[in-house]
Design a protein around this ligand. Sequence first.
Ligand SMILES: *Cc1c(COP(=O)(O)O)cnc(C)c1O
Length: 402
Amino acid sequence: MSVTRQTFDQHMVPNYQPAEIIPVRGQGSRWWDQAGREYVDLAGGIAVTSLGHAHPALVDALTHQAQQLWHLSNVMTNEPALRLARLLTTHTFADRVFFCNSGAEANEAALKLARRYGNLRAPGKHRIIACVNSFHGRTLFTVTVGGQPKYTHGFEPLPPQIDHVPYNDLPALEAAMGPDVCAFIVEPIQGEGGVMPAAPGYLEAAAALCRQHQALLIFDEVQTGNGRTGGLYAYQQAGVVPDVLTTAKGMGGGFPIGAMLTTEALAATLSVGTHGSTYGGNPLGCAVAEAVLTEVLSEALMQNVADRHQQLVAGLEALGSRFGLWTGVRGQGLLLGAPLVAAWQGKAGQLAAAALRHGVWVLVAGPDVLRFAPALNITAADVDEGLQRLGTACAAVLGDTA
Ligand SMILES: *Cc1c(COP(=O)(O)O)cnc(C)c1O
């Protein structure tokens, strides 16, 4: 029996509003819907499919592991998890890794670590500072830390002792800091919040404030990590080392996996029995992530991110001046945002829907920004074709509204 978009409306919780079309197959940066129509993918499954669809190295890693071992639980460890942990600690500041299944879970682990660190240090040292308009996941704890009231409304009572300061506002952060703060959590580039990069010097100054107050600096690299910004993790390009780093999204290239990275000393905070996850570090996810990160660590792939960044920025700027829907492009590597002009504020969704109708998938980051997060290995030809289809969509939208 066939399934259609109507099946969604009949059988699934209405917390999502998916597109009418249903994709069934993908290859590289193209995918096809039930009707056989082809789309250029400039969205990357929201910064997740870091090597595109059906990448042979990932298919190999997954199918090989599928024939070996699927699950034992954390009563046992397993070879893929150990190899992945060694890989991550070799190439980052971290000495220790905790594996989980999503970005929210990685942040949940980081925030729990921070609370326990604070409580062990001094009574009442448990306040968490986060940024307005940030995004850290949808568990009750992480969504509260996220600081977007539209996502917490109706879910009260919310976890206490979480304060928000405007992003890139150092005086506000300084004023919010104190001896009772256990952590400041921040995205090196706010992803969902509009592809907003940290201002020069902001992360360094935040790190200094954290040191001064013995608070942990947590970088949420769920979206910026794993090659997205043109290096393994964005902190390495920013030159500011956090105490704790969380990541997920692109780490598994589409297979659910997340991780929290930290130092030897801080890892001891989560002693035996303090935290856990049934699927965290499962062999399938770790085998795929090992293959993803091995690719990301290749110079050729990071060169492609730099080259496609140039191409996409130039193309988007050209479309911006031709159609006047956006001015300028911001972001880093292959995480880019085009903020819409005043007359188009609130209409990012309408533009993205028009793009999809014209055969190119792009994202929004809030109502006022178009977002692009294609596969890190997207080809020049696919970027060109995507830009061309986006141009056709812009023309159609302007024709429609003229
Ligand atoms: C997507 C995202 C999350 C949440 O990840 P999930 O896997 O959806 O739980 C957290 N932080 C940032 C910065 C994100 O972009």
